[in-house]
Design a protein around this ligand. Structure first.
Ligand code: FDA
Length: 503
């Protein structure tokens, strides 16, 4: 092994020879802390005990990314790649274990090129945010959209790597289901498109999670059709108003509604907040809600018609937000620290259990919240082997548990709430394996073990990998990893281990 300091110095010298000095931020740079914090959404990963990179490279060109890989390989320094910095465990810019690594930050590689003549498509660079992608589409057309997540500051690079779902998931499935080409720098520093990376690797990068196969610089995506007017509504039910009964009914109704309609729920305190997007007019929506889900009591006053692009800020930021607000990349200064994890539900949870969730869990002083996203529709019609994402047919909904703390607290009580809630839910959610969503990454469900040969163990990785991807898909991901990065250069606490079949 090379002495750590010498490797770091050699890496920095190598980088200085190929990348302009103003794009390199070693720890000694006065701007290091602010560049590191620039896209960090969870201040839990900015504390003094966090393992930070030895340097950040703010690439503005593919050649800078290639140089980082070449220098990193040559001098034994690993890279982590950051697009939007929203990773729930901060793995794009910190290590959970002591390690010397550098960060390649793609925030400046963020162009979006939309073509609206059929077939409507876009090339989007990884450093763009979802807000920038949606905004560019909205500027070009009111008849197309992209089916990704709700939060406009999420980065395209991490989001598409891990799947990505939002209000259009029942109509159009995952964001990654719409990727038709990509350009990636591999562990040899080569620039590869879909054809050059080959079928297995192109399969793997569309949902197999970021940070395992290479650094994806840009993605070609298919846009989807939306009507010029869509309808949104929000209805809140408190526990006293029968939220447990309405939730029990929602579980059966929401995954079976027409594909044009998605009703998600945020459950917090004593309230369930039902938020919907319908691809059509209010007049068409009301009879559907009246016949399929009368318990929710949706009336014309709850509903608002707007364009799809207007629905993006309306749903995520609030009713006074404008379309331009989704271009704001600045992380709010008062962002709360948080801890989250996820589950999938395949059998409805009983009304009594919902009542206990309200009384025993959400009423606690340090309680967090639950977000329920219904599946069914398009996401369920794609067979599990078609992409790495395996939570499709038979899934009723995804659950996200999240808890927040601020003011410099250590988050111990809030983190304990998430872990205890997760333990309580075990009999009520998917099992064998208990499924989880990679883009809601949680290191508590398992972490890699590096084996004797300096390569991540496939067997140990199965603990977390089969939860995110299923047994068969995790194995196939590991075989794709062995093809593109057999020496395991792109590695983290939850990267795909290479599986080399002998004989
Ligand atoms: P970040 O840059 O932190 O990267 C995430 C992972 O991907 C890391 O392992 C990183 O190394 C790797 N990576 C990043 N760029 C890469 C690249 N170019 N090539 C290869 N690997 C790369 N999800 C969802 O499906 N629907 C939703 O509505 C939301 N909403 C949401 C809100 C908020 C506030 C947060 C914090 C997160 C979400 N998410 C979400 C989850 C989100 O999809 C997930 O965290 C993404 O991985 C974030 O992508 P970033 O590029 O921002 O993360």
């Amino acid at each position: 092994p090379i002495p750590v300091q010498a490797a770091a110095d050699d890496f920095l010298r190598c980088m200085s020879a190929s990348v302009p000095g103003n794009l390199l931020f070693p720890r000694s740079s006065p701007s290091f802390a602010s560049v590191l914090a620039s896209s960090v959404r969870n201040p839990r990963f900015l504390g003094p005990a966090v393992v930070r990179p030895l340097c950040i490279v703010t690439a503005t060109n593919a050649s800078h990314v290639q140089a980082a890989v070449v220098c990193g390989r040559r001098h034994g320094v690993r890279l982590r790649v950051r697009s939007g910095g929203h990773d729930y465990e901060g793995l794009s810019f910190r290590s959970a274990r002591p390690e010397e690594f550098a960060v390649v930050d793609l925030a400046a590689l963020r162009s979006v090129r939309v073509t609206v003549r059929e077939p409507a498509e876009a090339w989007v660079e990884s450093g763009a945010t979802l807000g920038e992608l949606y905004h560019a589409i909205g500027k070009a057309t009111n008849l197309h959209a992209f089916p990704g997540g709700l939060c406009p500051t999420v980065g395209v690079g991490g989001h598409l790597s891990g799947g990505g779902f939002g209000m259009l998931l029942r109509k159009y499935g995952l964001a990654s289901d719409h990727v038709i080409n990509a350009v990636m720098v591999d562990a040899e520093g080569r620039l590869l498109d879909k054809q050059a990376m080959g079928r297995d690797v192109f399969w793997a990068i569309r949902g197999g999670g970021g940070g395992s196969f290479g650094i994806v610089l840009s993605w070609k995506v298919r846009l989807v059709a939306v009507p010029p007017r869509v309808t949104v509504f929000t209805v809140v039910k408190s526990a006293q108003q029968g939220a447990a009964d309405v939730l029990a009914k929602w579980q059966e109704v929401a995954p079976a509604l027409p594909d044009d309609l998605l009703v998600r729920v945020v459950v917090q305190g004593d309230k369930a907040r039902f938020q919907a997007l319908y691809l059509g007019t209010r007049d068409a929506l009301l009879p559907v809600m009246g016949s399929r889900f009368p318990e929710l009591g949706v009336n014309p006053a709850h509903c608002k018609e707007m364009s799809w692009i207007q629905s993006v800020p309306y749903i995520y930021i609030g009713d006074t937000a404008t379309v331009d607000d989704i271009l704001n990349r600045t992380v709010p200064r008062d962002s709360a620290a948080n801890k989250a994890t996820s589950d999938y539900v395949r059998r409805p949870i009983s009304r009594d259990v919902w009542a206990r969730i309200f009384s025993d869990w959400l009423a606690r002083p340090d309680a967090g919240l639950m977000i329920l996203d219904p599946y069914g529709g398009s996401i369920a019609r794609v067979p599990d082997h078609v992409t790495p994402f395996s939570h499709r047919a038979g899934v009723l909904y995804n659950v996200q548990y999240m808890n927040f703390w601020g003011g410099g607290g250590d988050g111990a009580a809030q983190t304990r709430w998430v872990r205890d809630m997760y333990a309580f839910m075990e009999p009520h959610v998917s099992n064998n394996p208990r499924e989880a969503y990679i883009n809601y990454r949680d290191l508590d469900i398992g972490q890699n073990v590096v084996g004797a040969g300096g390569v991540t163990s496939f067997e140990a990785g199965r603990v977390w990998g089969e939860k995110y991807y299923s047994k068969a898909n995790f194995r196939r991901l590991a075989m794709a990893k062995a093809k593109i990065d057999p020496r395991d250069y792109f590695r983290s606490e939850q990267s795909i281990p290479p599986l080399v079949l002998v004989g």
